[in-house]
Ligand binder design. Structure first.
Ligand code: MSP
Length: 469
């Protein structure tokens, strides 16, 4: 375990409200951070998230609302910030790409690439997707009723022709393949690394990295008054910011949805190679939450659940448990409120009832305990591999085991002596204390209350999981 550990999430487009997928990735980052703090308390962990405020889609959205792009950003960014704060996400930095510090950093990276000869001026002619903020070569498109779409994402494309600076992405092809072939575990799940390598069997095109047909981006400056930075170049550099003077790069884990793996596994490392900067240590591409139509939940398909409504009805701890218990992180999950409720009942029946039963006995028999000792078992390696699913399975098995031991020992039996009963209850409190610590990354608030109750011998705990219909 390194002494400092740096976790990133993508920065999210700000043209609309936050989405369930945005919360999902960011919760995963928080869960890893909390697990490190729990099992390796001397390590320093940084978690970065934020919003991606530039680009064509933000500009067009603002126009459609009769606002300036900056006004739209001001209006929307706080929705992301408050969602993450209300979900107890312990981020250390929340990036806004319209901030001065970010603009300066992004431009310095452009200048560095330029200074090292990796950039040339030309013109881009071809297909662009506003929704993916991405160029597609014609081979990766198809035509229906005279409208062209991306084969990759099915998003609608428009033909653009404009002056642009290009990054010599093609010159990094061999280095990228070597890196991906020779760095074990660099992209997880493993199948995703193979996908990127398969993609790299084809020749890479150079990448257009400035735009001149619209203006909502970081301006290159007086020498190139018409050019703004391509939004992905702008956004990717966010990972390089320091934390109040501490340079945390390279990231230990970069979390992202599989939709944006190519940007992170090809463009991003090539930029870093060109700037002579270290490469990330791990990219984890997680799966998607799918709607009832079996498609990726997204604003454009209108098949998503409203994340605010969900949080009102349940709370972020229930969502944490549902998201990471239901589906392994690398796989797609099929969102269902019935399954969410079933998971709620599961944790409430297994863990909530266990705590309530033992606390009720502790209260009845006036139990006093010292601070229980912390079990040496660590689940950290599961979290470092983003295997939240396995970690939760181990914890739930543990709760099952504690429940059956309680049933067998039956500390409520009338024929027990005071000493025997006290011994059994103390043992139960000790195992509850430890399983509660293990559940901490998923239930930070509830587990904190249980830990404090044990530490203060205050057995009158209010109900942890209110009944649901
Ligand atoms: N702004 C870019 C990322 C730049 S990072 C340098 C972007 N933003 S986004 O708003 O579209 O967010 C994409 C991310 O949202 C995905 O990578 C994933 O983290 C999350 N999700 C969006 N929809 C999702 C699902 N339906 N399911 C799970 N997560 C998905 O791309």
């Amino acid at each position: 375990m390194p002494r400092t550990f740096y976790i990133t999430t993508p920065i999210y487009y700000i043209n609309g409200d936050p989405h369930i997928g945005h919360l999902y990735t960011t919760l995963a980052g928080d869960i890893i951070k909390r697990a490190i703090q729990l099992y390796a308390p001397t390590a320093k962990v940084y978690l970065r998230t934020g919003v991606d405020e530039h680009g064509l889609k933000v500009q067009r959205k603002a126009e459609s609302l009769g606002m300036t792009p900056q006004e739209l950003c001001e209006k929307n960014y706080s929705n992301f910030l408050s969602l993450f704060q209300e979900s107890d996400i312990s981020f250390d930095d929340f990036i806004r790409t319209t901030s001065d510090k970010h603009k300066t950093l992004a431009l310095s990276i452009f200048k560095k690439l330029q200074g090292a000869g990796h950039i040339y001026l030309s013109a881009y002619k071809g297909w662009y997707s506003e929704s993916d903020e991405c160029f597609y070569p014609e081979e990766e498109t198809y035509l229906v009723d005279n409208v062209r779409y991306s084969t990759f994402t099915n998003s609608k494309l428009e033909y653009v022709e404009e002056a642009s600076y290009f990054f010599r992405l093609s010159s990094f092809q061999t280095q990228l393949v070597e890196w991906l072939e020779h760095t074990p575990d660099i992209i997880q799940p493993e199948g995703r690394r193979k996908e990127v390598l398969a993609f790299l069997k084809n020749d890479l095109n150079d990448l257009s990295i400035t735009r001149t047909s619209f203006s909502w981006g970081i301006p290159l400056g007086d020498k190139d008054p018409d050019h703004v930075l391509y939004v992905w170049i702008d956004a990717l550099t966010n990972y390089l910011h320091d934390f109040e003077g501490v340079d945390a790069w390279p990231a230990d884990i970069q979390l992202l949805g599989k939709d944006i793996l190519r940007f992170h596994a090809i463009i991003w490392p090539a930029m870093l190679m060109a700037c002579d900067l270290p490469l990330p240590k791990k990219l984890f591409a997680h799966g998607w939450w799918m709607g009832s139509d079996g498609q990726k939940m997204s604003k454009s398909l209108n098949n998503s659940v409203n994340v605010r409504d969900l949080l009102q009805k349940y709370d972020h701890e229930i969502l944490r448990y549902y998201f990471f218990r239901e589906t392994p992180f690398g796989e797609d999950g099929y969102f269902s409120e019935d399954n969410l409720k079933a998971r709620y009942r599961e944790i409430s029946n297994k863990y909530g009832n266990l705590v309530n039963r033992v606390f009720a006995l502790a209260r009845k028999y006036n139990l006093t305990v010292e601070q229980p000792s912390k079990n040496a078992n660590s689940l950290l390696s599961y979290y470092l591999n983003c295997d939240f699913h396995r970690a939760l399975q181990i914890i739930v098995d543990d709760v099952d085991y504690i429940n059956s031991a309680l049933q067998n020992n039956a500390p409520w039996r009338k024929d027990l002596s005071n000493e025997e009963r006290e011994k059994l209850l103390k043992e139960s409190i000790e195992v509850i204390y430890n399983v509660t610590l293990d559940l901490g990354p998923f239930f930070p608030g509830r587990t904190q209350r249980v830990i404090e109750a044990i530490q203060s011998n205050n057995w009158g705990l209010p109900i942890l999981f209110a009944p649901i219909d």
